[in-house]
Design a binder for this molecule. Structure first.
Ligand SMILES: [Fe+2]
Length: 295
C-alpha cells in the first residue's frame, strides 16, 4: 500500500532510456508546472542517464530559465564567449547558439561548423554543472550532438592505466576557443607549447559530487597537458586516454527537432557537434548551472 501511495504522489512522468550508454527521454513532464516530486524524478533521471531529453517541450524562455534554476544556481556564460551579447529581458541568463546572421551581425555563437569533443567551461576553475539546450530552429540535416559517458570511459581503462591517472591531473587550456581563435584577454599568448598555455589544472579522474562515482575528465584535447610529465610522455598519455574517451559503445547522438529540450551533466559526459554547413538555420537557447571545482 505504501508503494501504491508513493506512486500516486509522483507525477505522470515516464523515463524511457535510450538503451545505449547514456541518454533518456522524459515523457509527460509539464515543464512550467512541475511539482517538487516531479523535479526529483528528473534529478534522478539525470543521475541515472547523464543526458535527458524532453521532446516537443518548447517552453517560453522565461519558463525555460525558471525550470533550469530548479536544477542548480544558474550562471551567465562569460561575455567573451559571445560575438555580441544577446539578452532576453524575461530570461537574461539565456544565451544563443546559432549560425543566423541578422542585419550583418551573428545572433549567437559557434557558427555552423563541427565542434570537437569537449566539456562545457572546463577551462575555468569551476566548470559548468548542467547545460540546457532548447531547440528553436533546426537545419534540414546535420548539427546532431553526440554525448559520451565518461564514467564508462573511466571504468573501461586498463587497471594499470587507471591507477596511473588516479594521481595525475590535466591542464585545460583557456586561451583558445573551440574554433581555434584566441579568447579576449589572451591576445598576447603566442605559444604553441601546451606546457606554456594558461588554464586551470583539474584531476583526470574526478568524483561526481552527487553520485560519488568517478569519471574520466579530459575537457578538450587541444592544448591539454599533464603537469609534471615531459611533454612527449604527456602527449602519449593523453592520446591513450582519448582513445578510450569516445568509443562508439559509450556514445548516444541527439538528432534535434524543434522544441527539444536536452539537459546534460558536464561532470560525467563530453559532447561534440556535427557540422551543418549549408543545411540551413539553427538556433538554440542555452543555460548553464554553476559547477564546482573538480576533485
Ligand atoms: Fe559545449
Amino acid at each position: 500500500m505504501l508503494a501504491q501511495a508513493a506512486a500516486n504522489t509522483s507525477p505522470h512522468i515516464v523515463i524511457k532510456p535510450s538503451g545505449l550508454a547514456l541518454g533518456a527521454d522524459i515523457v509527460g513532464a509539464d515543464i512550467p508546472n512541475l511539482s517538487e516530486a516531479g523535479m526529483e524524478v528528473i534529478r534522478q533521471a539525470l543521475a541515472d542517464h547523464l543526458v535527458v531529453r524532453f521532446r516537443a517541450a518548447a517552453p517560453s524562455d522565461r519558463d525555460f530559465q525558471t525550470f533550469a534554476a530548479r536544477l542548480g544556481p544558474l550562471r551567465g556564460s562569460p561575455d567573451y564567449t559571445r560575438s555580441r551579447p544577446v539578452y532576453m529581458a524575461d530570461a537574461p541568463l539565456v544565451t544563443v547558439i546559432s549560425n543566423i546572421v541578422e542585419a550583418g551581425q551573428s545572433v549567437g555563437e559557434h557558427g555552423d561548423g563541427e565542434l570537437n569533443w569537449h566539456t562545457d567551461l572546463g577551462f575555468e576553475d569551476e566548470p559548468a554543472g548542467f547545460t540546457f539546450l532548447l531547440a528553436r530552429e533546426v537545419p534540414a540535416s546535420g548539427g546532431n550532438t553526440h554525448f559520451a559517458n565518461m564514467y564508462r570511459a573511466g571504468d573501461a581503462l586498463p587497471a594499470v592505466l587507471r591507477t596511473r591517472v588516479e594521481r595525475l591531473r590535466c591542464k585545460h587550456q583557456a586561451s583558445h576557443n573551440a574554433q581555434g581563435g584566441k579568447r579576449p584577454g589572451y591576445q598576447d599568448i603566442e605559444t604553441d607549447d601546451p606546457r606554456e598555455m594558461p588554464g586551470p589544472v583539474h584531476p583526470l579522474l574526478r568524483t561526481h559530487p552527487l553520485t560519488g562515482r568517478k569519471a574520466l575528465y579530459l575537457g578538450r584535447r587541444f592544448g591539454a597537458y599533464v603537469p609534471g610529465l615531459p611533454l612527449a610522455r604527456s602527449e602519449a598519455l593523453l592520446d591513450e586516454l582519448w582513445a578510450h574517451a569516445a568509443l562508439p559503445e559509450n556514445v548516444w547522438a541527439q538528432e534535434w527537432q524543434v522544441g527539444d529540450l536536452v539537459v546534460w551533466d558536464n561532470r560525467c559526459t563530453m559532447h561534440r557537434r556535427d557540422s551543418f554547413r549549408g543545411q540551413g538555420n539553427r538556433r538554440m537557447h542555452r543555460l548553464v548551472t554553476r559547477g564546482e571545482r573538480p576533485v
